[in-house]
Write a protein that binds this ligand. Structure first.
Ligand code: ZN
Length: 246
């Protein structure tokens, strides 16, 4: 089974559309979504509708989904993120708000084969950035492969022979063959708000049979996204950062 792995779409319709359009028909059989469908961007309904049409086989919520859906107050958000969450909430249809509200918390086990989480398999809101943090997660949670998001930074933490290494994908594409016996925490990067100084939308493809992960990037019309965000009354900085991937 081949999976399309999507994370941190953040109401960016142009980026989500580019990702879906970049994968050839028949290029995947299942879609998994690691959370943060909405927040920051101007097109929450378009993104939720488009991804729901793909009929994900597994999907979880992210911290922005919780705030937009009203499950979390967003107290810990900065002013700009909170403002964007309120605008997203106003834009969303009742139906899509209900969908976000009902999204389960990670981690989730997918097809007896791997896990998905938003922050980490231990805490949906935790940021996993450093190898020592990944080491603590490997120690405390049971899984052999977990896809996660939240940091918007593509990469893989590998636990091999008791040592954790961080692999950062080369651009524009990097192939990681999973080794038997090793354990993995893999971040596909963010579809809608990349933060690794590459503005292109990021996603991953995972082939569970050949045990291969491909990190992918695809360009999209960032200027269009920016104008839609300004029209929606979102803080200008949120559109500006998309041009730089920061
Ligand atoms: Zn996010």
């Amino acid at each position: 089974m081949r999976y399309l792995v999507l994370s941190d779409l953040h109401s960016n319709h142009e980026a989500t559309r580019a990702v879906v359009g970049a994968v050839p028909p028949g290029g995947f059989e299942g879609v998994v979504v690691l959370g943060d469908w909405v927040g920051y961007g101007a097109s929450p309904n378009e993104v939720v509708d488009l991804v729901r049409k793909l009929q994900p086989c597994a999907a979880i919520r992210g911290n922005h989904d919780k705030v937009v859906a009203g499950i979390d107050s967003g107290e810990e958000f900065n002013r700009i993120a909170r403002e964007a969450a309120l605008i997203n909430r106003r834009l969303l249809s009742r139906e899509n708000l209900g969908f976000l509200e009902a999204l389960p918390r990670g981690p989730l086990r997918v097809a007896d084969s791997f896990h998905i989480a938003h922050g980490t398999p231990l805490d949906e809101d935790e940021y996993l950035v450093e190898a020592w943090e990944a080491a603590a997660v490997f120690e405390a949670a049971e899984f052999s492969l977990c896809f996660f998001g939240h940091t918007h930074l593509p990469g893989a933490f590998v636990l091999r022979n008791g040592k954790v290494t961080l692999l950062q994908p080369e651009r524009p594409q990097a192939i990681l063959n999973l080794e038997p016996g090793a354990r993995y925490l893999i971040n596909p990067g963010s579809v809608g708000q990349p933060r690794d100084q590459d503005p292109r939308a990021a996603y991953a493809l995972y082939d569970a049979q050949s045990r291969q992960v491909v990190f992918q990037r695809v360009p999209y019309a960032v200027h269009e996204t920016r104008s839609r965000m300004l029209e929606a009354g979102l803080p200008a900085i949120l559109g500006e950062r998309l041009q730089f991937g920061i």
